[in-house]
Design a protein around this ligand. Structure first.
Ligand SMILES: Nc1ncnc2c1ncn2[C@@H]1O[C@H](COP(=O)(O)OP(=O)(O)OP(=O)(O)O)[C@@H](O)[C@H]1O
Ligand SMILES: [Mg+2]
Length: 316
């Protein structure tokens, strides 16, 4: 079986975007919308789509239901050339769905059913298959209700023992898993790229440098804390560096973090040093916020390199 560049363990859902939906939606019988769009989404799915556009072979590992939306999600993944060998089908659960209501001013509200993702466990993953990627990337720690702590740590440890690079983003702890239950996971991460709020939750610190130190002390090899429009901070045993964001007109910041991760892993796959990885990550994120949706804007590695040269005078 072909070796993938990246396997993303991820929430797999169908996003149905409708607009415009105003606040009076419950005051009338029906709200007529002018646009709708159906896309496959989820933290690591977005990362996989952008990594694929940047030229890498990628797969997703997650769970769907045995239903029409599950079939559609698979079809959309195949259209984007994403490997789905590791997608588990759970006949007892529904495919996760997210209804994205977009207001007239671009504001968004999400109605989410996590469905099959809620019952996804370590037992659904073929760990041997996970060793056929160069990078095993966890779309986010805290995504899965039943995959965290020692189970997630075991998955990552097995990958590391096979010489695979491990990485992860984080998300809001919506299941109340608790920071302490994620500590076993952190020691098996070569790269951990949480946002400021997520790093604060995990470390109980509010200064990015102290957050990074604490995460390093938990065993992460390279910490990258995403700081929104203020950029990011990278720290490992050798270096500490800040990378300002490339400020660009903002159309929609949805997925900025996912595109940042994809750009960063693109650098890791190319063997680039820390600064070049951060430049690629920041450029990919900046391009993504220039268009609606998490995966609409980034088209190719050449586009990203050209953007860096034309908009920032940087040759990568
Ligand atoms: N307004 C902005 N202008 C330019 N770049 C931005 C802006 N917001 C975010 N970015 C870029 O995207 C990166 C990731 O953004 P952020 O820190 O918001 O991550 P996140 O919270 O994980 O995002 P998400 O909401 O997608 O989960 C930042 O480090 C920065 O490079
Ligand atoms: Mg994020």
């Amino acid at each position: 079986m072909k070796k993938l560049d990246v396997l993303c363990v991820t929430l797999l859902n169908l996003n149905i975007l409708v607009k415009p939906v105003d606040r009076g939606v419950f005051d009338r019988d029906a709200t007529l919308v002018s646009n709708y769009n159906v896309v496959v989404g989820g933290d690591g799915t977005n990362q996989a789509v952008t990594l694929s556009r940047l030229g890498h072979s990628v797969g997703v590992c997650g769970s769907i239901g045995e239903d029409h939306f599950g079939h559609l999600a698979m079809e959309l993944l195949h259209e984007r050339a994403i490997d789905t060998v590791q997608v588990a089908v759970n006949p007892q659960a529904q495919t996760a769905v997210c209804l994205v209501m977009i207001g007239p001013d671009g504001e968004r509200n999400f109605i989410v059913k996590r469905g099959a993702c809620d019952s996804f466990t370590l037992a659904d993953i073929d760990q041997d298959l996970c060793t056929r990627a160069k990078i095993l990337n966890i779309g986010s720690v805290f995504t899965f209700k039943k995959l965290f702590g020692n189970d997630l740590a075991a998955l990552l440890r097995n990958a590391q023992q096979h010489g695979i690079i491990t990485s992860a983003d984080a998300m809001y702890d919506s299941y109340g898993i608790g920071a302490e239950n994620m500590l076993p996971v952190l020691q098996h991460l070569d790269y951990f790229l949480p946002s400021y709020d997520e790093a604060k939750y995990l470390t109980r610190e509010d200064d990015p440098e102290r957050m990074a130190d604490k995460l390093l002390s938990y065993g992460v090899k390279n910490v990258v804390i995403k700081l929104g429009a203020s950029g990011c901070l990278l720290k490992n045993a050798r270096v500490q560096m800040l990378q300002p964001a490339f400020l660009a007109p903002v159309v929609d910041t949805t997925g900025a973090g996912d595109n940042f991760i994809a750009g960063f892993l693109h650098g890791v796959l190319n063997g680039w040093d820390e600064r070049r990885c951060l430049l690629a990550a920041s450029a990919t994120a900046s391009i993504s916020i220039g268009a609606i949706g998490a995966t609409g804007a980034v088209q190719s590695a050449d586009q990203m390199l050209q953007w860096l040269w034309e908009k920032q005078n940087i040759i990568l």
